[in-house]
Design a protein around this ligand. Structure first.
Ligand code: BGC
Length: 728
C-alpha cells in the first residue's frame, strides 16, 4: 500500500478500531497452545470482540497456528487489517543455540550472525513477523536471573552482537517473507535493578545511563531494528513505559527513532501497581503520552483510549501517529498482500533441526565454552577407555536455558549420546550422585558415585544450576552450586584426580572451592540442542576451547557490582590484590578482583603476544590510527584466540574507568603460526559524557593495551590532540 492508502485506511477507522490496532493479545486466548506466558492475561473481554479489533498477538507454536490466527482475525475484522504475529525467539526456535551470555563468550559477531540467520529461517517458516530480540540489557549482577539473556557485562559486545543479530534477522527487506523484524529490549537499564532482583527499581546517573546502558539499544536501532520495548523497571523514579525523558527526549528526538514502541508484558497496567497511575485509564493516558504505541496484553488502550480522546485528554493526532506506525510496519512486512508472510508447514519440516542448523548450533556450543582451569588433564588422552560420567547433569536433557521452546529437551543431544557418537569404544558408566535443587540434602548416592569414579580412567563431573534457576523472575541471592553438589565434587575428586568438571548454568557462579580443588573446569553454560556433541568433542580435543568470559566470575556475591571497567578511585588498592591494604578501597576479607576476570579463558594451546604497535603517536579530532598486535600460537595444536584491545584515559575532567574494551577480533592460528591483527581506532571511541552533558574527548595521553581485564600486557601510548591543532 502507498502511504496515502494507509492514511485513507486510518480515516475510515472508528476510535475503537484505532485503539484496537494498539492492542496485543495472547494468542492462547484464541487457539490452544503450550507456550509459557510471563504474566497475567489482560482485563477480561470477550475473545470474539478482541479478535475483531486487535492489531497483534504474541506466543503461538507453529505455521499452522499462525495461519489459523490470521484467518480467524481477517474473517472478523471489518477493515481487513492483518495481524502482526510476535514471538520470543531468543536463541533459536527449534534448533537451540547457546544462551546469549554464552554467545558473548565467543567474542565472534560473525558466529552471532550465523546463529541469528538460522533462527530467522526457522522463525519465518513458523510464521513469526516480529521477534522480541535482541535483548541487550548490559548486566553486571549475576543475581539477576535474566543476565543469561544478555551477551555481556560490556556494552561494546552487546552493541556489536545485538547489531549483528538485527542485520541477520531483518535482512535487506522485510517484505521478503524469509525475514523477520526485530524488537530490541528492554529500554532502558533493566539489568541494573537494585540488589539483582528482577523488575526492581533502577537509579543511575545520566552519565552511567549514557555510557553503560544506552549504547547497545542505540546500536541495534542504528542497525535497523523496527521496534523497541521499554523495560518493566522504574528508571530514576519513572517506569520506562511512561518515561518521557527516555521515550521522547532520547528515543524519538535525539535518536530519531520512528518505528514502533511496544510495552513489556502488562507494563501499562503496572503503572498502577508502581503507584504512578490512579487507575488503568490513567495508566493508558500516561503510556500514550510518553509514546508507547502498543499495549502488550493489558487491554488498557482498548478499554480507555477512545474515551480519553473524546474527553480531550489524549490528542487524536497522537493516537493516529501510533496507529500509523503499526500500519506502516504491517505494510513493510507485506502483510496486506501476504498476511501469512513466511508461514509454511513444509518449510518448517525441512528446516527445524536440519543437519545444517545442527552443525551451526554445535559449532556455537563449542566456541562459547570457556575453559576456566586445566592442570594438564584435558583433552583426555585417546587411551582413556573407561569413563565415569557423574553428577546431576550427567544425563540431563534440559540444557537449553530460558526462552527455549517447550519440549526443546526432547531434541537435546545428551552427554552420553555425544560421547557414544564420537567414541563408540569408550566404556561409559553414569551415576547421578546427588540432586541439584536448593533444598536437596540427600547424600546417599555420593559414596556409590565415588566408587565408580575410583574405578575409571577418567571422570567427567557434570554440575550446574537447574535450567529454571535463571531467566525472567528468577533471581538468586546466593550464587553457589545448589544442593549437595560440592559434597559430591569433594568425594569424586578424592576418589579420582583425573576428573574434569563441566558446568551448566545461566549466570556467573561462585566457584571458589571447586576452582581450588578441581584439576579442570569447563564452563558450558546452557549450550542448546547440540550440547552432548559439543561436550564430547571439547573433552577429547576434537574441538579446542576458545571462549572468553563475557562477564567476570565473582568470589562472592558481596563483590557485586564489580564491573571490569570500574572507575578509578582516590585510594585505589595497591598490589597485591590478595592482601588488604589499610585505608584503600578494598575488602578486609577477600581480594577486590573477581575469581576469573572478564575476557579470561584458556585453550589447549598457548598464545604469545609479541608486539603492540601504533601507526601514529598523535590523534586529532575525527582522526584514526592503526593498532597492530602480533600474536603467535606457541603450543602444539591449532586454536583460536580472541585478541582484545583495551584503553585507559589516565587524566580527564571526569573520572574514567581503569580499563575499557576498545575492540576485539578472533583469529585462528596453527602451531607456530603468527598473525598481525590490525585494529583501526577512531577518535570518537575515546569520547565520554562530559560535565555539561556533551560527548567529548579531551587532549592528553591515551594508553592502549592488549591482554584481558586486570591482566593487561604490552601497553603503548599516544596523544589526543587539542581541537585547535586540527584546524591548522
Ligand atoms: C518479558 C519480555 C518478553 C515478553 C513477551 C515479558 O515478560 O520481559 O522479554 O519479550 O514477556 O513474552
Amino acid at each position: 500500500m502507498t502511504e496515502q492508502e494507509l492514511w485513507k485506511l486510518l480515516d475510515n477507522m472508528s476510535l475503537e478500531e484505532k485503539a484496537g490496532q494498539l492492542v496485543q493479545c495472547n494468542a492462547g486466548q484464541f487457539i490452544e497452545n503450550h507456550l509459557e506466558i510471563t504474566g497475567p492475561n489482560g482485563e477480561s473481554l470477550p475473545a470474539e470482540e478482541l479478535n475483531r479489533v486487535m492489531g497483534s498477538v504474541l506466543t503461538f507454536e507453529d505455521a499452522k497456528q499462525a495461519k489459523a490466527l490470521q484467518d480467524k482475525h481477517l474473517a472478523a475484522d471489518p477493515n481487513k487489517i492483518p495481524l502482526l504475529l510476535m514471538l520470543d525467539v531468543i536463541h533459536g526456535l527449534r534448533t537451540t543455540y547457546p544462551i546469549p551470555l554464552a554467545m558473548g563468550c565467543s567474542f565472534d559477531d560473525g558466529l552471532m550472525a550465523e546463529c541469528a540467520d538460522m533462527a530467522r529461517k526457522e522463525s519465518a517458516a513458523c510464521g513469526v513477523h516480529v521477534t522480541f530480540n535482541p535483548m541487550v540489557d548490559t548486566a553486571r549482577d549475576a543475581r539477576w536471573g535474566r543476565i543469561l539473556e544478555t551477551n555481556s557485562e560490556e556494552p561494546l559486545i552487546n552493541s556489536r552482537m545485538g547489531a549483528a543479530l538485527v542485520r541477520a534477522t531483518q535482512g535487506d527487506s522485510l517484505a521478503d517473507p524469509g525475514n523477520v523484524a526485530c524488537c530490541v529490549k528492554h529500554y532502558a537499564a533493566y539489568g541494573a535493578g537494585e540488589a539483582g532482583r528482577d523488575y526492581n527499581t533502577v537509579d543511575v546517573s545520566e552519565r552511567m545511563l549514557r555510557e553503560t546502558y544506552l549504547p547497545a539499544y542505540k546500536a541495534c536501532l542504528r542497525a535497523g531494528a523496527r521496534l523497541i520495548m521499554p523495560s518493566f523497571n522504574a528508571l530514576n523514579g519513572v517506569p520506562s513505559v511512561a518515561n518521557k525523558h527516555l521515550m521522547n527526549d532520547i528515543l524519538r528526538k535525539e535518536w530519531g527513532f520512528n518505528g514502533v514502541v511496544i510495552s513489556d508484558y502488562d507494563a501499562v497496567g503496572e503503572l498502577v501497581t508502581h503507584g504512578i497511575a490512579e487507575d488503568l485509564k490513567d495508566a493508558a493516558r500516561l503510556a500514550m503520552e510518553a509514546g508507547c504505541d502498543i499495549d502488550m496484553v493489558k487491554n488498557a488502550y482498548y478499554l480507555h483510549l477512545a474515551e480519553l480522546v473524546r474527553e480531550g485528554k489524549v490528542a487524536e493526532e497522537k493516537l493516529n501517529a501510533a496507529v500509523m506506525r503499526v500500519l506502516r510496519l504491517k505494510n513493510e512486512l507485506g502483510l496486506f498482500e501476504n498476511p501469512y508472510h513466511g508461514a509454511d508447514e513444509e518449510a518448517e519440516e525441512k528446516l527445524y533441526l536440519c543437519p545444517e542448523h545442527r552443525e551451526i548450533a554445535r559449532r556455537a556450543a563449542e566456541e562459547t565454552a570457556v575453559l576456566l582451569k586445566n592442570e594438564g588433564i584435558l583433552p583426555f588422552r585417546k587411551e582413556v577407555k573407561r569413563v565415569a560420567l557423574i553428577g546431576p547433569f550427567a544425563e540431563e536433557t534440559r540444557l537449553n536455558g530460558f526462552w527455549s521452546r517447550p519440549g526443546a529437551e526432547r531434541y537435546t543431544v545428551t552427554i552420553p549420546e555425544g560421547i557414544r557418537a564420537l567414541l563408540p569404544e569408550v566404556e561409559l558408566v553414569t551415576e547421578k550422585g546427588c540432586g541439584v535443587e536448593i533444598g536437596d540434602t540427600d547424600l546417599s548416592g555420593i559414596d556409590r558415585a565415588a566408587e565408580i569414579a575410583a574405578g575409571a580412567d577418567a571422570v567427567i563431573l557434570a554440575l550446574g544450576e537447574p535450567e529454571n534457576y535463571s531467566g525472567e523472575g528468577r533471581s538468586r541471592a546466593e550464587l553457589t552450586l545448589p544442593g549437595p553438589q560440592l559434597e559430591l565434587a569433594r568425594s569424586v575428586l578424592q576418589a579420582n584426580a583425573n576428573t574434569a568438571v563441566i558446568l551448566f548454568n545461566g549466570r556467573p557462579l561462585v566457584l571458589n572451592g571447586l576452582a581450588r580443588t578441581a584439576p579442570a573446569i569447563l564452563e558450558m553454560w546452557y549450550p542448546g540442542t547440540e550440547a552432548g556433541n559439543a561436550v564430547a568433542r571439547l573433552l577429547w580435543g576434537e574441538a579446542n576451547p576458545c571462549g572468553k568470559l563475557s562477564a567476570g566470575l565473582p568470589r562472592s556475591v558481596g563483590q557485586y557490582p564489580m564491573p571490569y571497567n570500574r572507575m578509578n578511585t582516590g585510594r585505589p588498592k595497591p598490589e597485591p590484590d590478595d592482601q588488604p591494604a589499610p585505608f584503600s578501597s578494598c575488602y578486609l576479607d577477600m581480594p577486590n578482583l573477581p575469581l576469573y576476570s572478564f575476557g579470561y579463558g584458556l585453550s589447549y594451546t598457548s598464545f604469545a603476544y609479541e608486539k603492540l604497535e601504533l601507526s601514529r603517536r598523535t590523534l586529532e579530532k575525527g582522526g584514526m590510527l592503526q593498532v597492530t598486535v602480533t600474536v603467535r600460537n606457541t603450543g602444539s595444536v591449532p586454536g583460536k584466540e580472541t585478541v582484545q584491545l583495551y584503553f585507559r584515559d589516565p587524566v580527564a575532567s571526569v573520572v574514567r574507568p581503569v580499563q575499557q574494551l576498545l575492540d576485539y577480533r578472533k583469529v585462528f592460528l596453527n602451531p607456530g603460526e603468527a598473525a598481525e591483527v590490525v585494529f583501526t581506532v577512531r577518535e570518537e571511541q575515546f569520547r565520554f559524557y562530559g560535565m555539561n552533558g556533551e560527548e567529548i574527548s579531551e587532549p592528553g595521553e591515551i594508553r592502549i593495551s592488549t591482554g584481558y581485564a586486570d591482566h593487561l600486557i604490552l601497553t603503548e601510548r599516544f596523544l589526543l590532540l587539542p581541537e585547535s591543532v586540527n584546524d591548522h
